[in-house]
Design a protein. Structure first.
Length: 338
């Protein structure tokens, strides 16, 4: 009798074990089926291309849009329409106050692509960021050196304090300028533009770097226009559009697709110049007249790269390495992905 009971128990345990194994197999098959379905209709489509593109740009604004051809193309839906042909159904935009912050998000994987100044893009690459340069959209970024109202000459900055946006193209401009002028005793402190403008107005700093309509506004208010990069073309900045290498693994043809979409946006922009300048004015809360002065359409390049632009990149990179602002040297031409 005892032996029969033990046999029944063993039989029951065996049946339970078989049932558990069958249930596990069914759940595994169901999970595989769900995973396959998610891949086809969720985040990745069109042969592995992610359906969402995370794009960062410089210049936080209420419209949440960049400037130039990229901004116009996104504003009009031209770029979205082109990307949709390749399975990208959404472009998530993120504005940043400066290039180093954008680079950090790109390195961490929160962004797939970013448009920023050449200096922060180069600095990030020199520190090991896995990025590729796919477009140099402009080569005419002009840095300004604006001083207190009582300063009359940049030579007076010996021993003074200057507010900069650390790691920006304006940082590179002012360091290069002071070196050319033989000014060696000075202090640079990092401040974002609004903080720097407030500190200059209170007399807490002696000068600051600035650009575009913001620099012109300070000059109109009576602050001293000590210098700008138009007097030193080798200190111009340029715009760099970089893509993470991780994203390029998923979408190797992205540079071609992006640049073709950008080209279509630029063609449309040129047909509507007055509307474009109003668009820029709305972004920067200024007037179309000032937008024409500080962001003329002629500055927007219709090719991803030009020989003078690459030469400017080389000069910027070499300067940053020589001044030990960049961690490591690297080959610009190997960084470029045409």
């Amino acid at each position: 009798m005892v032996q029969q009971q033990r046999a029944r128990v063993r039989g029951n345990k065996f049946s339970i074990s078989i049932a558990v194994l069958l249930l596990g197999a069914m759940l595994l098959l169901q999970a595989c089926g769900n995973q396959a379905g998610n891949t086809a209709s969720g985040e990745e489509q069109a042969g592995g291309v992610p359906s969402v593109l995370n794009y960062g740009y410089i210049g936080v604004n209420e419209l949440n849009l960049p400037r130039a051809a990229e901004g116009w193309g996104l504003h009009k839906g031209i770029i979205q329409a082109e990307l949709k042909k390749h399975g990208i159904t959404e472009v998530k935009l993120s504005g940043f106050p400066n290039g180093p912050d954008l680079s950090e998000s790109l390195i961490s994987g929160r962004l797939d692509i970013g448009s920023l100044g050449d200096t922060p893009a180069i600095l990030a690459r020199s520190s090991g960021a896995k990025t590729r340069l796919i477009t140099q959209a402009s080569t005419d970024n002009i840095g300004y050196l604006i001083g207190r109202k009582d300063l009359k000459d940049k030579k007076e900055l010996q021993g003074k304090t200057i507010a900069i946006q650390k790691g920006s193209f304006m940082h590179r401009y002012v360091v290069g300028l002071l070196k050319k002028e033989g000014i060696t005793d000075y202090k640079l402190i990092h401040m974002l533009r609004p903080d720097g403008e407030a500190a200059l107005a209170r007399g807490e700093v002696d000068a600051m770097t600035n650009n575009g309509v913001y620099a012109l506004k300070l000059i109109e208010e009576g602050f001293s226009h000590l210098d700008d990069a138009t007097k030193h073309p080798e200190l111009y900045g340029s715009n760099a559009t970089v893509v993470s290498e991780e994203y390029l693994k998923k979408f190797p043809d992205f540079p071609k697709v992006w640049n073709e979409a950008r080209e279509k946006a630029l063609e449309d922009l040129k047909k509507h110049p007055e509307e474009y300048y109003q668009f820029i004015a709305d972004i920067q809360k200024t007037t179309p007249e000032l937008a024409k002065k500080t962001a003329p359409i002629e500055w927007i390049k219709d090719e991803p790269f030009t020989d003078p632009g690459i030469e400017l990149l080389e000069g910027t990179k070499n300067f940053l390495v020589e001044e030990k602002l960049a961690e490591n040297d690297f080959d610009i031409k190997e960084w470029i992905l045409k």
